[in-house]
Design a protein around this ligand. Structure first.
Ligand code: BGC
Length: 729
C-alpha cells in the first residue's frame, strides 16, 4: 500500500473506532498515567512488578490510553529487558480485555539510548552528539535507540529535545543540540529519521516526540521551569525552526513547554499549540502535556481558578493528552467539562483521533505484531562500537600547546579530580535513574576515564581521589603524588543532574575544584584539564595556566575509552563546540549574535568559540568561491571550497559555512551557520566540497513577522575566507 492509501485506510479505521467510543473511553485515551499508579512497591519482589487490580482499574475502568515511566518506586531505576517485556505485555493484555481493545501506548524517556533498560547502549547526550557534527552518527543513534526500546516492549520515546541551547545556566542545556538552529535541526532530524525509518510501524522502529514546544530552553534567570520572554521575531527566528524541521521529518508527537513564555504557560498557549503548530507547521500528530503541567496551571501558575478550569484551558489551547500523571482527575474533570458543554465534543474527538492515528501508525492495533526479539537487537557489539565512535567524535580538544597531547603510553600520569573515576559524570541525567547519579547501578564492565587510561597504558597511571563526586579531596596527597609523575590529568566538572535539581546560581566551578586545580598547577607538572558535565562551567583562569584542555561534556557509556583513545593518540580528535564556551559567568553571547554585541566596546570573546575544536593534524580550507556573483530572488546559489589535510596524520574535519546578510530591514546576526560537511582526509589529501544555499537559507523574519528574503549583498564565510554574491528582485 502506498503511504497515501495507508493513511486513508488509517483515517477510516479511526473514524469507525471513534464512532463506537463513549465519552469516558475518549477521556481515557487522552489520559496518561505514571507507572507507579499500576505498579507494586519494589519490596514486593513481584515479577512483573504490576498490581493487577490497579492495572485493571486504570486500563479497564478508566480507559487509560497511555502509561509512562519506570518501575521499582520509590527508587525508580532501569529494569532488566525481560521485566520490561513482561510489564508491557501485561499492559497490552489488559487493554485487550477492554470493550474496544484499544492498545495502551507506553512512553519512556530514552533520551540517549534505552535509558531505563539495563545494559542498553547509552550514547553521548545531545550536546555531545552535536559536538560530533556528524548527522550519520545521530541517525545511527536513532536506529539503535529505537531497536533497543522496541526490544524492551516499549512503544514511544520522549525524544529528541529540539529546544535551542542558548542559556548555559539552564540545567537541561545538555539535552539540546546546542546554540545553533541549523546544527540542531540537522542533528535532530537525522535522529528522527533513524528512529522512525519511513514507517514506524516496522518492528524495529518507534515514534519520537519533539520536546518541549516551545521556548522552554530560554529561562531568563537560567533556572529550569521559569519564565522566558521571547518576542515573536526571536521565537520565529531561533525557537520554532527546529520544531518545524522535526515536524517535517515526520515526528508524530510533541511535548509541551512546562514553563511560560511572555506570561503565557506553554499549556495554555493557543497561539503556539494551535495557530502555529497546526495552522502554520501543519502538524498532524498529537501533543502531550509535560509532567503534571495541566494541574500546575492551577497549583503553580494561578492561571486557572480551579483544577477543572485548568483542564479546560489546556485542552482548548490544544493539549491532546495529559501526563497527569498520578491520578484520574484529568479524566474525571474532562468528562464533566464535556457533559456541561464547556469543552465541545468536537475538540475531544479531534484529540482522540490524533492519538488513535498515532497508535495505528505505530502498528499497535496489529495483534500479530511480535515484540522485537532481544537477541540480536539489544546491546549488540555493533551498537557498542557505534556508541564508542560517537563518543570519540564528541570529544573536543580545546587547547594543545606545544603538542602536549597525545601522551605516550609509557608516560606516567597522575589522574585526579572528582570526574576522573566515575561513569555517572560522563552520562549525566536520564541514565538508569532520572537523575543519573546512582553510580552503584552503572554497568561494571564500562570504564571510567581513569580505568580506561590504566587499561591502555604501558606505564604508571595512578588515581588519587574519592569514590563519589562529593567526597573530600586530599589536596596535599594529590600534590605530593604529582611529583612522582610526568603529567597530571585533572578531571573537573559537574555531577549528574536532570531538570530543576540541576539549577545553579553561577557558572563558576565550586571552590573545592578551583582550590584543587590551583594546587595541582602550582605543583609544576604539566597539567591536562578534562572537563565533564552538562554545562560549560567557567574555567578561564585554570585553562590559561595549563597546556592541554579537553572538553568532554557528556560522552556517554563509552566516554572513558573514547577519552583515553584521544589522550593516547589512538584516535585523532575532531569534535567541535556546539555552543560558545563562556569566558566569564555573564559572558553569554552566542556566535550568531547581533552587530551591537561586537561593536565598539563589546566583543564576542568566549573562552572558546562555537565550532572550535583542534586535531592532531592540521587542515586548511581554501578556494572559497560562489558560482554566481548575482542570483535572482528565489534561486539557489552554489558555493565551492576545498579542504586539505596539511598535517601528518589522518583525520576528520568539519567544514562550516556561515552566511551574513550585509544590510537588511531587521538587524541580522553577524554570521549564521547554514551548512556543514565532515570529511576524513589522509595527510596531504585535498577534497572539493560544494554547498547549496536555498532561498530559505537567505531568509529572515521581516518587519511584519513573515519570513522574507531581501535583495542585496550576502557574504559567505568559510575558514579565513570570505566571498560574496547579491540577490536581485
Ligand atoms: C520532563 C520531560 C519528560 C517527562 C516524562 C518531565 O519532567 O520535562 O522532558 O519527558 O518528565 O518523564
Amino acid at each position: 500500500m502506498n503511504t497515501h492509501a495507508a493513511s486513508e485506510a488509517i483515517e477510516d479505521k479511526v473514524k469507525e473506532l471513534l464512532s463506537q467510543m463513549t465519552l469516558e473511553e475518549k477521556a481515557g485515551q487522552m489520559t496518561q498515567i505514571d507507572f507507579s499508579v499500576v505498579g507494586t512497591p519494589a519490596v514486593s519482589g513481584e515479577e512483573p512488578p504490576i498490581d493487577r487490580t490497579r492495572l485493571e482499574d486504570a486500563v479497564i475502568n478508566h480507559h487509560v490510553g497511555s502509561i509512562l515511566n519506570v518501575p521499582f518506586t520509590p527508587a525508580n531505576r532501569a529494569a532488566p529487558i525481560g521485566t520490561w517485556r513482561k510489564i508491557t505485555a501485561a499492559v497490552q493484555e489488559a487493554s485487550q480485555r477492554t470493550r474496544l481493545k484499544i492498545p495502551v501506548i507506553y512512553g519512556i524517556d530514552a533520551i540517549h539510548g534505552a535509558t531505563y533498560t539495563q545494559g542498553a547502549a547509552l550514547f553521548p547526550q545531545a550536546i555531545s552528539m552535536a559536538a560530533t557534527f556528524n548527522p550519520e552518527l545521530s541517525f545511527k543513534e536513532g536506529e539503535i535507540t529505537a531497536r533497543e526500546v522496541r526490544a524492551s516492549g516499549l512503544q514511544w520515546n520522549f525524544s529528541p529535545v529540539m529546544d535551542i541551547g542558548r542559556q548555559p545556566l539552564w540545567p537541561r542545556l545538555w539535552e539540546t543540540y546546542g546554540e545553533d538552529v541549523h546544527l540542531a535541526s540537522v542533528m535532530g532530524t537525522s535522529y528522527i529519521k533513524g528512529h522512525q525509518g519511513d514507517d514506524f510501524s516496522a518492528p524495529d522502529k518507534l515514534p519520537t516526540c519533539l520536546k518541549h514546544y516551545v521556548g522552554y530552553s530560554f529561562p531568563i534567570n537560567g533556572k529550569d521551569r521559569t519564565p522566558a520572554w521571547i518576542g515573536e521575531r526571536m521565537l520565529r527566528e531561533y525557537f520554532l525552526p527546529t520544531f518545524e524541521a522535526g515536524v517535517q521529518a515526520g515526528a508524530p508527537t510533541v511535548m509541551v513547554n512546562s514553563s511560560e513564555v511572555d506570561g503565557i504557560p506553554g499549556h495554555a498557549n493557543y497561539q503556539y499549540l494551535t495557530t502555529i503548530l497546526r495552522g502554520e507547521m501543519g502538524f498532524k500528530g498529537f501533543t502531550v502535556s509535560d509532567w503534571e503541567d495541566i494541574k500546575r496551571l492551577y497549583t503553580r501558575d494561578k492561571l486557572a481558578a480551579t483544577p477543572k478550569e485548568a483542564v479546560k484551558i489546556a485542552v482548548m489551547a490544544g493539549v491532546d493528552m495529559s501526563m497527569v500523571p498520578f491520578d484520574f482527575t484529568f479524566y474525571d474533570l474532562l468528562v464533566e467539562l464535556a457533559r456541561s458543554g464547556e469543552v465541545p465534543m468536537s475538540r475531544i474527538d479531534e484529540a482522540v483521533s490524533r492519538i488513535l492515528t498515532v497508535k495505528f501508525q505505530t502498528g499497535l492495533f496489529d495483534p500479530e505484531r511480535p515484540v522485537l526479539p532481544a537477541e540480536g537487537n539489544f546491546a549488540t557489539p555493533e551498537a557498542v562500537e557505534t556508541n564508542r565512535q560517537a563518543a570519540r567524535e564528541a570529544i573536543i580538544l580545546a587547547k594543545n600547546d606545544n603538542h602536549i597531547l597525545p601522551l605516550k603510553k609509557d608516560a606516567s600520569i597522575l589522574v585526579a579530580g572528582p570526574t576522573a573515576n566515575l561513569l555517572s559524570v560522563m552520562n549525566g541525567g536520564w541514565t538508569i535513574t532520572w537523575q543519573g547519579d546512582s553510580e552503584s547501578l552503572y554497568p561494571q564492565d564500562k570504564l571510567t576515564v581513569f580505568e580506561a587510561l590504566q587499561t591502555k597504558s604501558a606505564g604508571k597511571v595512578t588515581y588519587v581521589g574519592g569514590q563519589a563526586f562529593d567526597d573530600p579531596i586530599d589536596v596535599d596527597k594529590v600534590v605530593a603524588e604529582a611529583q612522582n609523575h610526568d603529567y597530571v590529568l585533572l578531571a573537573l566538572g559537574e555531577k549528574p543532574y536532570t531538570e530543576t535539581p540541576g539549577n545553579i546560581d553561577s557558572l563558576m566551578l565550586d571552590q573545592k575544584q578551583i582550590d584543587l586545580a590551583n594546587a595541582v598547577i602550582e605543583a609544576g607538572k604539566p597539567v591536562i584539564l578534562l572537563m565533564l558535565g552538562g554545562r560549560p562551567r567557567v574555567i578561564t583562569a585554570i585553562a590559561e595556566k595549563v597546556p592541554g584542555v579537553i572538553l568532554g561534556f557528556l560522552p556517554g557509556m563509552e566516554g572513558g575509552e573514547a577519552i583515553a583513545d584521544i589522550i593516547y593518540g589512538d584516535y585523532n580528535p575532531n569534535g567541535k563546540l556546539p555552543i560558545s564556551y563562556p569566558r566569564n559567568t555573564n559572558d553569554i553571547v552566542p556566535y550568531d549574535h547581533k552587530p551591537t554585541e561586537s561593536f565598539e566596546f563589546n566583543t564576542y570573546k568566549p573562552l572558546y568559540p562555537f565550532g572550535h575544536g583542534l586535531s592532531y593534524t592540521t587542515f586548511e580550507t581554501r578556494g572559497l568561491s560562489v558560482e554566481k556573483s548575482q542570483i535572482k530572488m528565489g534561486e539557489n546559489v552554489t558555493v565551492h571550497v576545498s579542504v586539505k589535510n596539511t598535517g601528518t596524520l589522518k583525520g576528520k574535519e568539519t567544514v562550516l559555512l556561515y552566511l551574513n546578510d550585509v544590510a537588511a530591514s531587521v538587524t541580522r546576526p553577524v554570521r549564521q551557520l547554514k551548512a556543514f560537511k565532515k570529511v576524513e582526509l589522509e595527510p596531504g589529501q585535498e577534497q572539493s566540497l560544494s554547498f547549496t544555499l536555498t532561498p530559505r537559507d537567505l531568509s529572515f523574519i521581516g518587519i511584519d513577522m513573515k519570513r522574507i528574503v531581501e535583495p542585496g549583498e550576502f557574504k559567505v564565510m568559510v575558514g579565513n575566507e570570505t566571498a560574496g554574491f547579491s540577490v536581485t528582485e
